[in-house]
Design a protein around this ligand. Sequence first.
Ligand code: PEP
Length: 248
Amino acid sequence: MRRPLVVGNWKMNGSRRSSIELAENIANSFRASDRHIESAVCPPDVFLADITSALAGSGVGLGAQNVSQFEQGAYTGDVSASMLAEMGCRYVLVGHSERRACFGETSGQVAAKFVAAQSKGLIPILCLGESLAERQAGRTLEVIAEQLDAVVEAAGLDAVSSAVVAYEPVWAIGTGEVANPAQAQEILAFIRARLGEKADTVRLLYGGSVNAENATQLFEQQDIDGALVGGASLLAEQFIAICQKAET
Ligand code: PEP
């Protein structure tokens, strides 16, 4: 059995105060009930220490949104995997489409970040997804395969199988346009099949405009083990409701 996982990606939103409040609300909900699913939030790095404290004893994990591919040194602005681990992070997103599109991260860099994260005991959440133009050109599977294979080549199949993979079609992120469950299932089944022998144990997430209303249908799909949630994770009630849907 794969334990469901729901991860909130807060992106570059919120103040220190609002972030602590959000984390406390989510943590309180988890403390008040006996949840079977696993959950984590990825705040901006500058708030990691505050959020670690706010989540203490709740079982809600901490993640980061990005990691340097380098271990240490003259890399102004970067944050290393060991620094994130020291701050209490369990997870880190790698290859989010906003990092690929806005900051020019290549599949090679994403693979190096994946390796750096795992070498320090972090669990990478590898994000894969095609743009609208790529989907319309019928290139979805080719794009997903290229993004996935770059990491498998660098890290090995076993390493990728011990991580988490999120399918996030770029056209569904922050747009309100969710992939229909069958579309998401098709791509996640493709990803699982590509992961070989250990594929059955790998947790695969869907991300892209997930909310409390559409979550149930998505979670009913065979290869969807949870969600990576952006916008809706900024509202405690929405995020908690999505977690509850993953529970059933
Ligand atoms: C994301 O940023 O990973 C994401 C899925 O965002 P949203 O839920 O807002 O589409």
